[in-house]
Design a protein around this ligand. Structure first.
Ligand SMILES: [Zn+2]
Length: 207
């Protein structure tokens, strides 16, 4: 990327391979069983963290474990999902810059690397969002195609997953999932992905 280029907007990865990409947003729930699961499966995924909820409880240390879960030199992505999770379209350019760039700084300081990816809360953005993201070093704005519910996914194309789909899930626990745990929700998701003949890829290898 040349300096000053606007970040690209990625909603789906162009590929013929039956591969999809997992993303987990916000960061409120910090289920230790999910760390174990991520390590056991060496599960590739990208995290989009909102400071106001990610820093509660165990805080960023929890997400560091998930970053390192694949083991060896392979790391899961820790990326930017703003400070306070606002609808960015309702904010001034200056306020958007604060939301995005402050979280870039926070994550860089905590994880030693500037996030390459940014996801706007609710998928809402405008030109000022892209300008702010560019100003603080974001390479791509990542949206999604499929959304994980409790038992299965909701799809952009009515009949199921398509090659290169990005799946949105959240760090959620029994309170938000009607008694289902985070690991049960992820198990449901992985079963559905497998049943449809897909594997899980690493988004950072494609973006
Ligand atoms: Zn969110």
């Amino acid at each position: 990327m040349r300096e000053g280029d606007a970040p690209k907007i990625v909603q789906r990865i162009p590929t013929q391979d039956k591969v999809v990409f997992l993303t987990f947003d916000d960061g409120a729930e910090k289920d230790p069983q999910f760390v174990k699961m991520a390590k056991d499966l060496k599960l590739p995924f990208t995290m989009f963290l909102t400071d106001s909820v990610a820093r509660t409880g165990q805080g960023y240390g929890y997400f560091e474990q998930l970053r390192d879960a694949p083991g060896g030199d392979v790391r899961n992505g820790v990326d930017n999902h703003t400070i306070d999770h606002p609808n960015l379209r309702t904010l001034s350019a200056e306020a958007q810059k604060k939301e995005i760039c402050t979280q870039q700084e926070t994550l860089q300081k905590r994880f030693g690397e500037r996030p390459a990816l940014f996801r706007p809360p609710y998928g809402n953005y405008n030109d000022a969002t892209l300008a702010a993201a560019r100003a603080c070093g974001v390479r791509a704005v990542v949206l999604w195609e499929a959304t994980m519910q409790i038992n299965d996914m909701r799809y952009a194309a009515a009949d199921g997953l398509r090659p290169g789909d990005i799946v949105l899930a959240h760090f959620r626990g029994p309170q938000e999932l009607k008694g289902t745990t985070m690991t049960q929700m992820v198990t449901n998701m992985l079963r559905s992905i497998e049943r449809q003949g897909y594997t899980v890829g690493r988004l950072e290898d494609y973006v």
